[in-house]
Design a protein around this ligand. Structure first.
Ligand code: NAP
Ligand code: ZN
Ligand code: ZN
Length: 353
């Protein structure tokens, strides 16, 4: 075991503070990664505050969050073939899975029917708690490590590992592309990547944001249209018009009103994760043979495909880099939608504590 410095919430809702813990010794297929940057995902806030207790068996404290991890390989196990010291690599939301079930065989490790080992707030196959990327290093099996673009800044690519893949996967699955009208609901960390990726895939993109404050950003990110959901007119104007709505919002909303924006055979994909069940009227779906679907991050193969796509199209995240000492402040700003558009922690700041 080796010592690792990081930041943790010691109990649900406690502010994050310096915390020391142990990482395992590298095994033959392990890659040791010095973490350079880690994005702040809204899921980090939900989990450190234990907001998903209705849906999760346990939350494990102290919790070191962070699953948008970008860094450099500093050592490899004896049998590692995919990576070498010095490579720029990433780790997303999971670090292992059963590897043999039908889903794992299809490259859908995030839907593993036995056990997806989440990067933090989970237990590994030996039952030990996992700790995430708000820390100096991480040790991960090479099969769950991603290769980062070398032509784009590493800090701006860190959030691709969750925000990027969470939007890329449903955009590909529901075939966003030329001739398709796609709406992105909520222009936050996930939403802004949805706009960039849907635009790069050739779809006609509309942003649905709660106000017009981010309108000029929306256009710059690649949106063709921008509407405020606080204006009731929006729902009349846009009724029955989208093939695909990707919903990144976790706040309370009138779901039936948003389903009304889908055309015949249109689909709303839920990626935002509210604390409570969502109320939906059957008529909102039956009226136009609409579908309501959900999607969770993406598998290793598809995450690598997304990183390569971003490298080719020059797509990275709009970020604000912060030292780890400002993490609690950053959380408050995320909750106020006051981030353009993802906070990324510069892990070099850990040494200042
Ligand atoms: P975020 O940066 O906070 O963005 C959420 C956006 O929702 C905000 O920017 C805001 O956009 C909108 N919003 C916030 N409060 C609102 C309110 N009261 N009413 C209406 N809209 C509101 O969060 P994120 O990191 O993108 O994550 C979004 C959600 O996705 C979280 O629940 C997170 O846990 C979940 N998530 C899911 C997956 C998955 O695999 N399914 C992966 C990662 C994250 P506007 O200002 O434009 O309205
Ligand atoms: Zn995330
Ligand atoms: Zn599996």
């Amino acid at each position: 075991m080796s010592k690792c410095k990081g930041y943790a919430a010691t109990t649900a809702g406690a502010p994050l503070a310096p915390y020391s813990f142990e990482r395992r010794e590298p095994r033959e297929h392990d890659v040791v990664i010095e973490i350079k940057y880690c994005g702040i995902c809204h899921s980090d806030i939900h989990q450190t505050r234990d907001e998903w207790s209705d849906y999760q068996e346990e939350s494990i404290f102290p919790m070191v969050p962070g699953h948008e991890i970008a860094g450099v390989v500093t050592a490899v196990g004896n049998n590692v073939t995919k990576y070498k010291v010095g490579d720029k690599v990433g780790v997303g939301c999971f670090v292992d899975s059963c590897r043999t079930c039908a889903e794992c065989q299809r490259g859908l490790e995030q839907y593993c029917s036995v056990q997806t080992v989440w990067t933090y707030n989970a237990r590994d196959k030996e039952g030990a708690p996992t700790y995430g990327g708000y820390s100096e290093k991480i040790i991960v099996d090479e099969n769950y490590v991603l290769r980062m673009p070398t032509n784009l800044p590493l800090d701006a690519c860190a959030p691709l590992l969750c925000a990027g893949i969470t939007l890329y996967s449903p955009l590909r699955h529901w075939q966003a592309g030329p001739g398709k009208k796609v709406a992105i609901l909520g222009l936050g960390g996930l939403g802004h990547m949805g706009v960039k990726l849907a635009h790069a895939l050739g779809a006609e993109v509309t942003v649905l944001s709660h106000s017009l404050k981010k309108q000029s950003d929306g256009k710059r990110l690649g949106a063709d249209h921008f509407y405020a959901t606080s204006d009731p007119e929006t729902f009349t104007k846009l009724a029955n018009s989208f093939d695909l709505v990707i919903n990144t919002v976790s706040a309370k909303m009138d779901w039936n009103q948003y389903l009304g924006l889908l055309k015949v055979d249109g689909t709303m994909v839920v990626v935002g994760l509210p604390e409570k069940d969502i109320p939906i009227g059957a008529f909102s779906l039956t009226a136009r043979r609409r579908s309501l679907a959900g999607s969770q991050i993406g598998g290793i193969r598809e995450t690598q495909e997304m990183l390569d796509f971003c490298s080719k199209h020059g797509v990275a995240c709009d970020i604000e880099v912060v030292p780890i000492q400002k993490v609690n402040e950053a959380y408050e700003r995320v909750l106020k939608s006051d981030v353009r558009y993802r906070f990324v922690i510069d892990m070099a700041s850990l040494s200042k504590d």
